[in-house]
Design a protein around this ligand. Structure first.
Ligand SMILES: Cc1ncc(COP(=O)(O)O)c(C=O)c1O
Length: 402
């Protein structure tokens, strides 16, 4: 399903939004993260898929491959560490901590009793746990019933204490907030709620690194960006940067969600941050969020042109398609949530009327972000029918053949 957002404008990036998130702040975050040992150096690749573009009848499809961002396996490695660093700088101004020194663990003795907590459906919690371990503070992660054991173990590897609840993602967010109040811990959440905006803003701002790297290597302007949405933070972080940079000439933004977790789609209908209408459970675990982040919505409402939903099968089919590759298209490991933007594009392309509505044609240059690799390797293998290692081995052969 697809809807036009009646509130999208073609104006330049508003000052009021620039005061919240800006290219300047995104660049500062990027510089702080540059030496963090958990990130791969040199940024992530931007691949062109010419064969798929020809098949879909567009000029180019560019894939920013965040599966290669870090050992953590997803783009979330850019958000939590920055939010944690900025939080500690605000909490202890008199200590004059240095941002890079925090991530290098230089102040671990002083911070050993400082505790942060968050709910997660996997990737944010893994990134926060890893950042806390680097900084040397304590971390508690609250998991809802549907987070796989595989993801739980990956988080625990980084020394976080795990709290498992029987409810869904939104209930885990509430549980984290309650535990924080009870124990005097600080919540480092990637979603905002009433009276809680600073930290999710810092998380979103961290994602600006992705946009910064993309525009540095682009040889031609992109016309469309397909962004998958959970609570909306990723889409807001990427879109706000590109909107500020290109102003009225910004690309068309399309936000893609699982049909069962359509909180952003519903927000577009309501004209304000809203809740999902479906079961919220989806194979796209990272996107299985029932409530829009109100802060993210402030950015998405005025600049996302279309909101659309996809079925789980569309994501699985796109995972297989991008994993296969071709003579000219590199095989890519794209996880269930990582592939959703591409799955949305393929879905539109199968419906000529919708494709025309979104302005997709032979001149379109489309950007998608592969936000995760095989962050749950067992799930990946079961869905794709091939292990991530095997796809990566074919990727290597493909690269060597260039
Ligand atoms: C792999 C992946 N992609 C996209 C998203 C969506 O990000 P957001 O919740 O900020 O919209 C998530 C969120 O967890 C994710 O894990």
């Amino acid at each position: 399903m697809l809807i036009v957002n009646p509130n999208a404008t073609q104006e330049s990036y508003p000052k009021a939004l620039q005061n919240i998130m800006s290219i300047r702040k995104a660049n500062e975050s990027r510089a702080w993260l540059a030496d963090w040992s958990r990130l791969n150096s040199g940024g992530t690749p931007l691949y062109s898929l010419p064969d798929m573009a020809a098949e879909l009848g567009v000029a180019d499809i560019l894939v920013k491959d965040e599966s290669e961002r870090s050992v953590l396996g997803s783009f979330k490695a850019l958000g939590a560490p920055i939010a944690l660093v900025r939080l500690i700088l605000r909490q202890f101004p008199e200590q004059r901590y240095e941002a890079r020194g925090l991530l290098a663990g230089e102040y671990r003795d002083a911070l050993a009793d400082f505790t942060v907590i968050s709910a997660t459906d996997g990737n944010h919690g893994r990134a926060l746990a890893a950042a806390a371990q680097s900084v040397g503070c304590r971390c508690v992660i609250v998991l809802h019933a549907n987070v796989s054991i595989e993801r739980e173990e990956a988080i625990a590897t980084y020394g976080a204490e795990i709290v498992r609840i029987s409810g869904n993602y939104d209930e885990s967010v509430e549980e984290a907030a309650a535990l924080a109040v009870k124990n005097d811990w600080l919540v480092v959440s990637d979603t905002s709620y009433d009276g809680y905006e600073e930290i999710p803003r810092d998380v979103m701002q961290g994602y600006g690194t992705i946009s910064a790297e993309i525009v540095e290597v682009l040889s031609q302007r992109i016309t469309h960006v397909f962004l998958q949405g959970g609570v909306g933070g990723m889409a807001a972080g990427i879109a706000s940067y590109l909107w500020e940079l290109y102003g009225a000439e910004r690309p068309t933004f399309v936000v893609v969600e699982p049909v069962q977790a359509d909180c952003l789609y519903q927000s577009a209908i309501a004209g304000q941050a809203a809740k999902a209408t479906g079961s919220v459970d989806s194979v796209m675990a990272g996107l299985a969020c029932g409530e829009t982040s109100p802060l993210a919505w402030k950015f998405l409402q005025p600049c996302v042109d279309f909101f659309m939903t996809i079925e789980d099968e569309q994501a699985v089919s796109a995972m297989r398609r991008i994993a296969v590759g071709s003579a000219s298209d590199i095989p890519v490991v794209s996880g269930e949530s990582g592939v959703a933007g591409l799955a949305g594009l393929i879905g539109l392309d199968n419906d000529p009327q919708l494709a025309e509505q979104v302005g997709l044609n032979s001149g379109s240059r489309i950007l998608v972000i592969n936000t995760e690799g095989a962050t749950a390797p067992g799930v990946y293998r079961a869905l794709v029918g091939e292990s991530a290692q095997s796809v990566l081995a074919r990727q290597l052969v493909w690269l060597q053949g260039r």
